[in-house]
Design a protein around this ligand. Structure first.
Ligand code: V47
Length: 378
């Protein structure tokens, strides 16, 4: 499914436009499946012909996956929004237990979310939590055990590197001990959240009191060494430069060279409501499209590029299927992180909606499980 199909060609008009933009040499590298460097990426960000950059990314996407476009059926659980960290972009967290709108689910409430779907076909539960100072580590292992007892068949993708780092510090454990204990309790893989932008300059301003870039990467390195697959993200469209976006991608690419453990890269478009960065403009449509295209071109060793529709908007996510993306995430029930920050997308899409969106984009829908095995016939 992922063998490079080098016979596919770039439309002539796109090649001509990119040559006129002075990036013909980058096109040649992509055609020859050669690795791009920081300078190539910068020039792709600056090339006036955005649509042609998209066509180049589409070539790479089709070489890897043809028309195949992946989705799954999943639900989200955010068991607590109490969080000690003070990330400027976050509209979801509340600093202390007892604050208005702070919540922590009981195990029964969390399991109830899954139980409510007992007659529904879902294959994955995605768990992300705040850094809650009032909970014992056993809360998380009990939660995992209870979820697995209720639905042993569900794949649990949960706990960002930020959470793992926090538990290690708070409960006096190594990263490997935390991940090992969560895995023994039922954790199957880890999501890519919390990466934001790796550059120190940006991190100091938007999320100074959580794990730094090296720590985030070390958590994922450890998970990969323990045989666990993970995802990776980048939060973009705030105060970062395009060079800092590229630096972020290159650090992910370097770790992937080492471990091969990342499955998919998910650029997350910053939403500007109800947080302390509300004065910033959000990325434009073309900026989103181009960032995805450049990501597809730079990350030659990460198989999938996910257009996470709840934060992009359904229409932009669909358009991204021609700009490098090959995955729409899933049905996503009860997403809170973006909706509290102003996302106006629906709370869930049905499987039929996803299939129709993918077909309408001229692509072939594939219902996958979390690890990209085919889960059901479409
Ligand atoms: O790390 C928080 C982002 C992330 C805002 O691995 C915001 O499959 C935009 O990582 N505007 C958590 N973004 C979500 C996440 C994720 C989502 C879907 C799939 C996967 C996966 C992972 O959400 C955070 C942060 O980068 N975020 N606030 C905001 N206002």
């Amino acid at each position: 499914m992922n063998a490079l199909d080098l016979d596919r060609t770039l439309p002539r008009a796109a090649r001509r436009a990119l040559e006129a933009d002075g990036v013909g040499d980058v096109v040649d590298k992509v055609i020859a499946a050669e690795r791009l460097d920081l300078d190539d990426g910068l020039r792709l960000f600056e090339a006036p012909s955005a649509a042609a950059v998209g066509a180049l990314a589409n070539l790479v996407r089709e070489r890897r996956h043809g028309d195949l476009t992946f989705f799954n059926r999943n639900l989200h659980i955010n068991a607590t929004n109490v969080c000690e960290a003070t990330c400027m972009f976050c509209a979801f967290s509340r600093l202390k237990t007892g604050d208005p709108a702070a919540y922590t689910m009981s195990l029964e409430q969390a399991v109830g979310r899954v139980r409510a779907l007992r007659d529904t076909f879902v294959t994955e539960v995605h768990i992300v939590n705040g850094l809650n100072p009032d909970l014992p580590f056993a809360y998380y292992t009990d939660l995992l055990r209870a979820l697995k007892e209720e639905r042993p068949d569900l794949h649990v993708k949960g706990f960002t590197a930020v959470e793992i780092h926090y538990y290690a510090g708070k409960y006096g454990m190594t990263y490997a001990e935390v991940i090992g204990a969560l895995r023994d309790a039922g954790l199957d893989s880890m999501p890519g959240g919390g990466a934001e932008i790796f550059a120190d300059r940006v991190r100091r301003r938007i999320c100074h009191d959580k794990v730094d870039a090296d720590g985030w990467l070390e958590v994922h390195r450890t998970a990969h060494q323990l045989g666990m697959r993970t995802n990776c993200t980048m939060l973009f469209g705030m105060i970062e430069t395009v060079e800092e976006r590229l630096d972020h991608m290159l650090r992910l690419r370097a770790l992937q060279d080492e471990t091969g453990g990342f499955q998919t890269f998910i650029p997350l478009k910053f939403h500007n409501e109800h947080n302390r960065l509300s004065g910033l403009y959000e990325a434009t449509g073309v900026e989103v499209l181009r960032t995805y295209a450049v990501a597809r071109l730079m990350l030659d060793n990460i198989d999938h590029l996910k257009a996470y529709w709840p934060m992009l908007g359904v229409q932009v996510a669909q358009a991204l299927l021609a700009w490098g993306a090959d995955d729409l995430d899933g049905t996503v029930r009860e997403e809170r992180i973006y909706h509290m920050a102003g996302a106006t997308t629906p709370q869930a899409l049905s499987r039929d909606d996803l299939v129709a969106l993918i077909r309408d984009a001229g692509r072939l829908p594939v219902e996958r499980d979390t690890l990209y095995h085919v889960a059901a016939e479409v």
